[in-house]
Design a protein around this ligand. Structure first.
Ligand code: CMP
Length: 137
């Protein structure tokens, strides 16, 4: 499988629970390499732009409100099959359906406050990495 890059966000709920290190350890244990990392408090415009594909969905306003509630940790991850590998490491979007040992099972609260985000396709990964890390090529 090819070496890929993917965008990870440790979301406000996990940062509030002081789980940045625990989540980063799971990422590293999965064999993913942190190529870039930045803690920031997203503006409304940044969150709306990032989740633009979900605009119009019932949960969009709630999602933007949540993502701007407190700081997040943005990471560009790299590795063999990084996009699917990170999605497996995160577990299902709904923490109640996530497998034991995954980030969302361990640290997520519900489908909205689910601890982390990861790109879902090569196209999304390219857009999302350049959205937050335009300096990476
Ligand atoms: P994420 O991987 O960041 O991509 C979109 C996010 O929308 C998703 O994780 C969830 O946190 C959120 N989401 C998806 N479905 C719902 C829902 N039904 N209610 C609230 N938030 C949702």
């Amino acid at each position: 499988m090819a070496i890929e890059r993917t965008l990870s966000i440790i979301k406000p709920d996990a940062v509030e629970k002081n789980k940045i290190g625990a989540i980063t350890a799971l990422i590293e244990q999965a064999g993913l390499e942190v190529k870039a990392m930045r803690m920031t408090h997203l503006s409304k415009a940044q969150a709306e732009g990032f989740y633009a594909e979900h605009k119009g969905r019932g949960f969009f306003d709630e999602l933007v409100e949540f993502m701007t509630r407190s700081p997040v940790v943005l990471m560009c991850l790299e590795g063999e099959g990084a996009i699917s590998k990170y999605r497996a490491t995160m577990g299902a979007t709904d923490p109640a359906k996530a497998e034991e040992g995954t980030i969302r099972k361990a640290f997520g609260s519900n489908i909205g406050e689910n601890a982390c985000h990861g790109s879902d396709s090569p196209e999304s990964a390219a857009r999302e990495v350049s959205y937050f890390f335009p300096e990476i090529r």
